[in-house]
Every structure is written in C-alpha cells, then in structure tokens.
Design a protein around this ligand. Structure first.
Ligand SMILES: O=C(O)CCC(=O)C(=O)O
Length: 243
C-alpha cells in the first residue's frame, strides 16, 4: 500500500494486477455492452474521440467515449469497481477523495486509432487543489496491439502543456518527448491509476476484439463542489483548458 502511494507520487501512475474479480468484470461487461449498443439512451453523453462527426451515423465509431455511464444504468455504481477504486484513491491521495465522474472508452476492432498523448487536466477547469487520480480499469486483456495505456513517468512536477483539439469534438493532444514512455499491459480486472498531469496515450486497436475500459476519476470533495458551482459535471460541452 505504502509503496504504491510512494510510486504514484513519484512517477505519476501505478498499476494493480487485480482490482476486480472475474465475476465483477463479467457483471460490468454486461452493463458496458448494453450501453455501447444503446445509441439512443447514450447519445447526449457519447462521442468519438477519433474526431468523427456525430451526425455521420454510418461511420464506425473508432474510440467511443460515453461520459457518466452510471447516470444511465445506475446498477453500475453497485459493482465492486466503484467501491474498490475509491478505497485506492483515498489511500493514494487522502480521505477527502470522492468520485467526480465515470466514463467508458471503447476501441472497436480493427480501427487502429491511437488516443493521442495528453494530460487529463487539459480537459478540466483550473482548480486550486490539483490532486486527482483516474482509475483506468481493463475489462479485456489489454496489450500494446489493442490499446493498453502508456505513461511517461514524471521526474518533477509536470506542468500543464499546451493542447490542441482533434476536429469535431475529438481528443485533445499535445507534443511531448516519448523516449521514456512505458506500456502497461493488464489482464481483465487489472487497473492503472494516473494523476491529472501525467502524460498518457494508447495505440490503436488492430485486433479482432474490442478493447473495453471503464475509467473512474477522483478528486477532493471540495474541488468537485467547486466544479459543480461552475456548471461542470462532465456530461455536456467541454469547458476545457487546452492551452
Ligand atoms: O482508453 C484510452 O485509450 C485513453 C484513456 C485516457 O486517456 C484516460 O483514461 O484518461
């Protein structure tokens, strides 16, 4: 526990081999697949991080992002993921951590579209308390060829870099030196935690199967209240800081 906290603060990320049991993964996968298929119910929370136009319904979604999935299927909140990830977030960053938002990111088979290098803080408003942790939970076996996470270990406090936007609401991206980047393959139920300033990326999915990830974001309760006061609840148009 202590060694994970030290590593998280030093490098800006850690991994856990088995946050969830096989049964817990299966329960989440069922709900996840229902949400992926239901374009009607998820339409207002859904986008393609590859930058596809929303109105172009014939186009295959390459990197499907669905924000706040647990507001649509609330049973998700009862799965082990939310309790266990919160427990770890508190261990890593303090007892005042709470979940700010959840999201799904799915890479469809043979879509070979990387999620570009970025820092999550570029998506958020500036906050006085910068502590945050995103728990990225693998629901499939993930490896380089289907889009496991890559991180650049931080050496000192990592400033927020200038980010640009892929067209049509696609992902934010920045320029960075990737010589020291490391990939983190995981079995289903394994996870990574990364800080909001940690640079990360994933390659495109070139395999026959989907690459499903559930992501839970944590920050101090006071900062969640601060966001909500400014109308930020991670459901609507981004109010990002991209430079
Ligand atoms: O799942 C991915 O490909 C990227 C995930 C990501 O950028 C994040 O969780 O912040």
């Amino acid at each position: 526990m202590e060694s994970k906290r030290i590593a998280f603060n030093k490098k800006g990320f850690i991994s856990l081999d088995a946050l969830l049991s096989v049964e817990e993964v299966e329960t989440i996968r069922d709900i996840y697949d229902q949400l992926l298929q239901d374009k009607e119910k998820t339409g207002h929370l859904r986008s393609d991080l590859a930058g596809g136009k929303k109105e172009d319904s014939k186009k295959v979604e390459r990197i499907t992002q669905i924000m706040r999935p647990s507001t649509i299927i609330t049973e998700l909140l009862k799965t082990g993921a939310y309790k266990k990830a919160l427990y770890w977030a508190k261990e890593l960053l303090g007892e005042d951590m709470e979940m700010d938002f959840d999201m799904m990111i799915n890479k469809a088979p043979h879509t070979n579209t990387p999620t570009p290098w970025h820092q999550d803080a570029a998506y958020w408003i500036a906050m006085p308390d910068k502590r945050s942790a995103s728990c990225w939970i693998a629901l499939d076996n993930v490896f380089e060829e289907n889009g496991c996470m890559w991180f650049i270990p931080k050496k000192e406090e990592q400033p927020l870099l200038a980010h640009k936007n892929l067209p049509h609401g696609g992902a934010l991206y920045c320029e960075t030196d990737t010589a020291e980047a490391v990939s983190v393959p995981l079995e289903p139920g394994g996870c990574t935690f990364h800080d909001g300033h940690t640079l990360h990326f994933s390659r495109g999915n070139t395999t026959n199967s989907q690459r499903r990830a559930l992501i839970l974001n944590f920050r101090p309760k006071k900062m969640i209240d601060y966001e909500r006061e400014q109308g930020v609840d991670h459901t609507g148009e981004r109010k990002q800081r991209n430079q």
